[in-house]
Design a protein around this ligand. Structure first.
Ligand SMILES: C[S@@+](CC[C@H](N)C(=O)[O-])C[C@H]1O[C@@H](n2cnc3c(N)ncnc32)[C@H](O)[C@@H]1O
Length: 356
């Protein structure tokens, strides 16, 4: 194996750090644009068209992570620092030894201790499901265990994160919070349940996890644009009373639920008592500005400090402008805690807000 310090990346900025950055398919240019706005300039090489890029940023790794924590990006689904770059073929020539060297190098560079620390290993590659990935993963896991770490799939303290592209292995050590996810590439998967009302349920499940929400702590929710009822069904499962509004029909399996009230109407035609709800969710898939207006009209029925989750459809070609316009409308009424494109969002993002 060639020495790990031999980084196969040309460095242009001083200081500089390198990253493998992943977004939802088709949105990497917006992730780049967000980074450009934070860092002024960057260099970028596409690893997977439209979704994964190798980037050089003009700041050291600590500074990049600090800035991203302060101002989380909307379109970065996953970020992995590149602490070492190795040729795949030289690693494979003696996998156990080179995995050991690589793991030591990553921990040394990150100034992190390995002893009794829960560590997960993620190996991704620009060729999906490459068969060699498993051998590499196993070797890295064994090397981390030999160094005193404990293998973990869930809730690791650190992730040894690798991206393989055209025979090169880009490796880094990262915490799940820094990476933005404890799933490889941020591609969080939920088990499809029997009788699940809609795939849209995954969006709210992911929002619950990503934003650290506990829906079981809420009492009364308003679900606007609720049909066929995936989001409603999740809130009912969490023990919440749900008022669902949608001119379209809810799934028959929900209709007799004792904690569900259903209004088969347009959101503009309903009104509720002041402060009736402590949670408002809206997944209308409609024009962002019209959606924002309808949600704002209904805000009197939400308590001060109540939580509001809204998906914003990104129309046409100017997502950043759309997001700016809509957040400006909402920000008069609510504190915007996060704006994020979740893995289960398609051409949309999710806003997490608190009513003033
Ligand atoms: C993406 S679906 C919602 C899926 C739902 N969250 C689920 O989990 O099953 C969008 C829904 O918004 C509804 N919708 C669109 N415009 C609306 C409006 N002005 N008022 C109420 N509902 C609306 C549509 O009828 C449609 O059922």
């Amino acid at each position: 194996m060639e020495p790990l310090h031999q980084i196969h990346l040309e460095q242009h900025f001083q200081p500089a750090s390198h990253w493998v950055i992943t977004s939802n398919h088709g949105f990497i240019s917006y992730a780049q644009e967000e980074l450009r706005r934070s860092f002024g300039q960057l260099k970028s090489r596409m690893l997977v068209s439209g979704e994964t890029a190798l980037m050089e940023l003009p700041a050291d790794a600590h500074e990049v992570l600090r800035l991203l924590e302060e101002q989380p990006a909307i379109f970065i689904r996953h970020i992995q620092p590149v602490h070492a770059v190795v040729e795949e073929s030289s690693m494979k020539a003696d996998l156990p030894a080179s995995a050991g060297l690589l793991v030591d190098k990553l921990f040394e560079q990150s100034e992190a201790a390995m002893e009794n620390i829960h560590v997960a290993v993620h190996v991704r590659s620009s060729v999906s499901n490459a068969p060699e990935d498993k051998a590499l993963r196993d070797a890295l896991r064994a090397a981390a265990e030999a160094g005193g770490a404990l293998s973990a799939v869930q809730n690791p303290a650190f992730i040894i994160s690798l991206f393989i592209h055209e025979g090169m292995v880009y490796a880094g050590l990262v915490t799940p919070a820094q990476a933005g996810s404890d799933w490889p590439g941020g591609a969080i998967r939920f088990q499809r349940e029997e009788g699940q009302v809609s795939r849209a349920k995954f969006k709210l499940l992911e929002a619950e996890r990503t934003f650290g929400l506990e829906f079981s702590a809420y009492r009364n929710a308003l679900d606007v644009g609720a049909a066929p009822g995936g989001w409603t069904s999740l809130l009912l499962e969490r023990g919440v009373h749900v008022t669902a509004v949608d001119p379209a029909k809810m799934h028959p399996s929900l209709m007799n639920h004792p904690r569900l009230s259903y209004f088969g109407k347009n959101a503009g035609e309903v009104a509720f008592e002041p402060y009736e709800f402590d949670l408002l969710v809206c997944d209308m898939s409609w024009s962002p500005k019209v959606t924002a207006k309808l949600v704002i009209q209904l805000l009197d029925s939400v308590i001060s400090g109540g939580t509001v989750i809204v998906t914003v459809k990104l129309m046409h070609k100017k997502p950043l402008q759309t997001i700016r316009d809509v957040t400006e409308m909402f920000s008069e009424h609510m504190q915007i805690l996060r704006a994020k494109q979740l893995f289960h969002n398609r051409d949309e993002i999710t806003l997490y807000m608190l009513k003033y």
